[in-house]
Design a protein around this ligand. Structure first.
Ligand SMILES: *Cc1c(COP(=O)(O)O)cnc(C)c1O
Length: 497
């Protein structure tokens, strides 16, 4: 857009004294001029002063610069940026649900408690575990809660020296972080060439630390999109040494309808409702990280809990924690109820039959892209992947074009970039996850663009290395932005001086 008002900060559009509203003076409303001197700030707060239309245009234009799943293909691996059906949003926004208060008496919100209780049960059935709490507000929060359950379990057996957690080197960064926050020590387990856990290294670690092992945390499919085939053996090894098996189910979509962590020998897991069960995420938006446990661990789950009162007509009630073994509160009341409603709608609208198609479709889409591009892009781990896979940059290394350049060039073609430089196992990682919600046409178009970029890298590497060319902002200096963030107008003015 070629308009000189566009691209400014709202502060730069400000004109002293200009207002976006007009209010008549009434007997009932205070005006700034009515406030006693002692309550006024000495210095004016530096707020922008603009007319309403300028404000509306400013934010509308900014929103056009944004990119989301509703704008285009978003193959950001490990994040499952799938489509979130609008009906879920509409239902979650219904005032009967959105205006509930967490301290309402049970009898006045039975519908909400049913949603809560039924979702717990549905997740238990989907994962093969016994009981769920929906209280944690994010994946990492679920990990912490799950690890606290594990610690409480060991402590209840007078086995509190178990403070070590085994975590594969391919794990998502939140796994070791959560273990550390829980006061546990992280022990890294190596991966094999094929991307799966090195069981012989695991055996060495068990021999060394056996009596102190609290748990093994695994992600399956792991962050390389590879199914961990040795889970039954690993589960036996960990259980024999007295530890528990933790499953990071942030991205459960490839599993839906095909395999259940509970059946594989896992004891505790978390799921990201905001990845697998259709809530938009990114930018720190509301999340939900329910935690499930196998039979015998239920009593450690946090409160409040929604339970059925069998003596009273199956009336649902909220238990706040008479139970001594419970972790107690781990956050605000019941977690993010809006996200819980969306997950519930999503599961019910798919139904038992269709939820079984999610896993196979997400796997098919990922394999289709991988196979269609592996002649031009380096595929470090051959074979069938699950819902995502990793390229290690272009196959032709002579062009000098990096994964960063390709990611930037994709923006010119109207795509969000894949996850790049993660996992850390390769130098030029490019992690692609199409999700189950994309059509064959969209995926074919993406493949075509990826092939075009590979061609450009050969014929005109400068074009790719200087991308993006068509976005509102060109290539940014990531390092400078991270080292010298300018997040306020005041700071910007100082720097300009
Ligand atoms: C996203 C993710 C997490 C963390 O979830 P948050 O909601 O961002 O805290 C953990 N593990 C894996 C594998 C993930 O993809």
């Amino acid at each position: 857009m070629n308009n000189k008002l566009y691209g400014n900060l709202i502060f730069e559009l400000s004109k002293p004294g200009r207002k976006g509203y007009s209010l008549t003076k009434t007997d009932y409303a205070y005006h700034i001029s009515d406030l006693p001197e002692s309550l006024l700030r000495k210095k004016d707060a530096e707020l922008p002063e603009c007319d309403e239309l300028t404000v509306v245009r400013h934010y509308t234009n900014l929103s056009h610069d944004n990119f989301g799943v509703n704008d285009g293909f978003y193959p950001l691996g490990s994040c499952t940026m799938k489509y979130n059906p609008v009906i879920n949003e509409e239902i979650a926004a219904m005032k009967e649900l959105a205006c509930l208060h967490p301290m309402q008496p049970d009898y006045s919100c039975q519908m909400a408690l049913i949603v809560y209780y039924d979702l717990q049960k549905a997740l238990a059935e989907i994962t093969g575990l016994s009981e769920f709490t929906l209280n944690p507000c994010a994946g990492a929060h679920g990990e912490l809660t799950g690890l606290m359950v594990i610690r409480a379990y060991h402590e209840s057996r007078q086995d509190s020296k178990r403070t070590k957690v085994l975590i594969p080197d391919s794990a998502h960064g939140t796994n070791p972080a959560s273990a550390a926050v829980c006061g546990m020590e992280v022990i890294e387990v190596k991966s094999l060439e094929d991307g799966t856990v090195d069981v012989s290294h695991l055996k060495e670690l068990i021999a060394l630390h056996g009596e102190e092992i609290a748990a093994m945390m695994m992600t399956n499919p792991n962050t390389l999109g590879i199914f961990e085939k040795n889970i039954p053996e690993i589960a036996v090894l960990i259980h024999e040494c007295g530890g528990l098996m933790y499953y990071d189910g942030a991205n459960l979509n490839p599993m839906l309808g095909k395999a259940r962590p509970g059946d594989m020998g896992f004891d505790v897991l978390h799921i990201n409702l905001h990845k697998t069960f259709s809530t938009p995420h990114g930018g720190g938006g509301p999340g939900s990280g329910p935690v499930g446990v196998r039979e015998g661990l239920e009593k450690f789950l946090p409160t409040p809990r929604v339970v059925v009162n069998k003596e009273n007509n199956n009336f649902l009630t909220v238990e706040y924690g008479d139970n001594e073994d419970s972790l107690g509160s781990i956050g605000n009341f019941f977690g993010n109820f809006g996200v819980i409603i969306k997950a519930y709608c999503y599961i019910l609208s798919l139904g038992k039959e269709n939820i079984k198609k999610v896993g196979p479709l997400s796997v098919l889409n990922a394999n289709y892209i991988k196979e269609s591009l592996k002649d031009l892009y380096e595929l470090p781990i051959e074979g069938i992947c699950k819902h995502e896979f990793v390229f290690d940059g272009l196959k032709d290394k002579s062009t000098g074009v990096t994964t960063m350049d390709i990611a930037k060039r994709l923006l010119d073609y109207g795509y969000h970039a894949p996850t790049i430089y993660f996992p850390l196992l390769f130098h030029e990682s490019m992690m692609i996850e199409p999700t189950e919600s994309e059509s064959k046409e969209t995926i074919d178009e993406f493949i075509k663009v990826m092939r075009t970029i590979a061609q450009e890298a050969k014929e005109n590497p400068e074009l790719v290395k200087t991308a993006p060319h068509t976005t509102p902002i060109g290539r940014v200096d990531d390092v400078l932005a991270a080292k010298q963030p300018v997040l306020t107008y005041q700071r910007m003015k100082k720097i300009e001086l």
